[in-house]
Design a protein around this ligand. Structure first.
Ligand code: 9MG
Length: 279
């Protein structure tokens, strides 16, 4: 694996785990209600996450939680553009959680550094929207779409299916001319997977062939955590941190999280144990 990730204006060192803090600009985000819905609130929240240790911010204007309703591209842009502008000089790469090519183009023009696409750039025009920029791209596995994906997830072999899908997406990204140092992979926890399938993927993450690309994991506050601890999303912090550390132990590079301060502390202790890394 290359130890450097090209990410728009930034080159990120992958020698240590990176924390991606979640900034939702949606009224219906599953785990923080409408708390960060106004642009000013989202910007303030983004700055707080950076103070707490976020290395990247992931800004989203459309909820991807199971069953969420779609948002038109113009509304999504209206939500995220002021936030991109407000955080542009905050010192960390800005990732945009979107699958719409029109939103990708608008976000990149406004200065975004990364596109985090739950459809792995499968929509017509998505590859072209990112190809000529310097942005990093996250290609995530998802079965189905957010509206229906949790109704009846089905796999012959979830490990093989996820791996094959990601290999196909890597080939498509490279074919579109995207530098391999700009690519990140994600198994897509909770996206068309039962709790059993999610935990199998996490337990065996190190056996997935990611062809040397960095892994990004999104486990934070998800229903797979709730399935074990039987708590509401905001009370799933400890469970999420435990899952994040299990991911790191199996080779994850970037953790997408709501609870940056708690995750950052846990990662520091984990690194001190595993790598003798005392800051
Ligand atoms: C937007 N979003 C929600 N969950 C996610 C996950 O697990 N991975 C990525 N890359 N994005 C996610």
């Amino acid at each position: 694996m290359s130890s450097t990730l090209l990410c728009g204006r930034f080159e990120l060192d992958l020698e240590r785990p990176l924390i991606m803090g979640i900034v939702n600009v949606t009224p219906d985000s599953f785990s923080d209600g409408n708390k960060h819905f106004s642009a000013d609130q989202a910007i303030a929240h983004g700055r707080l996450l950076i103070e707490q240790g976020a290395d990247i911010l992931d800004i989203g204007g459309e909820s991807t939680r199971p069953g969420a309703d779609p948002v038109p591209a113009d509304e999504e842009l209206k939500r995220i553009l002021p936030v991109i502008r407000g955080l542009h000089d905050a010192g960390v790469p800005l990732s945009i959680d979107t699958f719409k090519p029109e939103v990708m183009r608008g976000a990149l023009e406004a200065g975004a550094d990364m596109i985090n696409d739950i459809y792995a750039l499968r929509l017509p025009g998505a590859l072209a929207a990112v190809a000529d920029s310097r942005c990093c791209v996250c290609a995530m596995h998802m079965q189905g779409d957010p509206k229906t994906m949790q109704q009846a997830p089905r796999y012959e072999n979830v490990m093989q299916d996820v791996e094959q899908f990601l290999h196909e997406r890597i080939a498509a990204l490279l074919e579109a001319g995207i530098d391999r140092r700009r690519i990140v992979l994600d198994p897509g926890f909770g996206f068309g997977k039962t709790p059993q399938q999610n935990y199998l993927l996490l337990r065996r993450l190190h056996e997935l062939d990611g062809q040397g690309y960095p892994w990004l994991l999104g486990l934070s506050r998800k229903s797979m955590i709730g399935h074990i601890v039987d708590r509401e999303p905001a009370q799933r912090v400890s469970g999420s941190v435990a899952a994040a550390l299990a991911g790191l132990a199996r080779g994850a590079n970037i953790l997408r999280v709501h609870d940056v301060a708690e995750t950052a502390d846990a990662v520091k202790v984990w690194r001190a144990i595993e790598h003798g890394d005392f800051l």
